[in-house]
Design a protein around this ligand. Sequence first.
Ligand code: NAD
Length: 442
Amino acid sequence: MNNIAVIGTGYVGLVSGACFSEFGRRVVCMDVDGQKIENLKNGILPIYEQGLSDIVQKNVRSGRLSFTTDYKFAVESAEVIFIAVGTPPREDGSADLQYVLSAARSIAENMNGYKVIVDKSTVPIGTGQKVKQVISETLKERGESGEYDFDVVSNPEFLREGSALGDFLRPDRIVIGSESERAAGIMREVYRALYINNHPFVFTNIETAEMIKYASNAFLATKITFVNEIANLCEAVGADVKHVSKAVGLDKRVGRYFLHAGAGYGGSCFPKDTSALVSIGDDCGVNMSVVRSVIKANDAQKLRMVDKIIGGMGDVCGRTIAILGLAFKPETDDMREAPALTLISELNKRGAKLKVYDPVAMGFARKHYFDDIDELSYAGDEYDAMEGADAAVLVTEWNQFRTLDFARMGRIMRGNYFFDLRNVYEPAHVESKGFKYFGVGR
Ligand code: NAD
């Protein structure tokens, strides 16, 4: 039985570690953030992800899952070491590999035998070879280059925040990029629970595995952006994008997922991964023109939502706007690149007063965002946000925003503008309650 170490306890590392322990593996999760590890030891999770707390607690109790800041302990106790640290975008859009390479160095400094070092972070093509080089050089510095054998594997992660556990435990596919039969066999063993259940595996080389992740995310970002553009045209010609999406998506060659028009994609992956792919193309002399256009169109879509609100209300200066939802999508507290950020910043620049509410991202918002926004207040719930507001803007389609009480809103709001940036409601229903309805592409 291979013991596992996971380096980095963010969305990917913590979910992976918890799920591997759920598969019956002994797992140690390691992070350089001492506070995060201290909290985890006390049962406090750094992220919101449904069901995660339960499986973390269960596996900690069973002794299969533990947390540490000690590289030596993590590396020595494991045969398979996953790198799941962040790869944020640099100023020029390329992926910043400093955390991945620093993790690789720390692993090599503490190696005490054969290890499989698995890159789970999303990394540019060629990073696996860089990781290999850093490890070899570090072992050489230690004077132990011939001493310890190791293999580097690429195993990109496809989980979605908000449904991360289900995605990890029942994945569409598992991609393993490896140059060694031995490492591929160990990876098959690590994922044995899924392998015996016939989940599809793709065994390939390291570069292809790295490419698969970027190609997947860029395709999904393109699909969303395509339907957003169709939505914009629908508005101009009097068509309804919801019906267009449904009918187009019923074509099996297209598929119905990721065809919902809205405020533009956000989150910690699509924006940075599309930028990184363009940058990788530039480095190789390949113009990634489709992805480049997607990035531009998505930025424009977020701003288009601002224009929609201003166009609908006339002037927003001095008016109060309730923002329902801050997270980039429901069931997560992640606000990285969320459309709400563009909306809030742009509306604030134009003199609007914002009242914001999100079911789980409020703590995150207070801690990391909006210090520079005057005239922003945090509400206790969605109705508190809408109390006295001139307009309500549904930005994130949390379930509790899907059954709003428009009669109550009519009583507590000052104005009657309702901007449904996720097309949750039927226009006729909202209008029948005395509201002016603005959706996307209808
Ligand atoms: P995150 O920012 O939530 O967490 C990264 C963690 O790594 C942090 O806790 C940080 O303290 C730790 N860390 C940084 N440097 C370290 C080091 N040298 N040693 C040990 N720990 C270190 O990141 P995330 O969202 O989990 O993403 C991790 C990677 O997975 C990224 O490459 C991302 O693109 C990819 N990914 C993310 C998702 C997602 O939904 N978030 C999905 C698939 C893939």
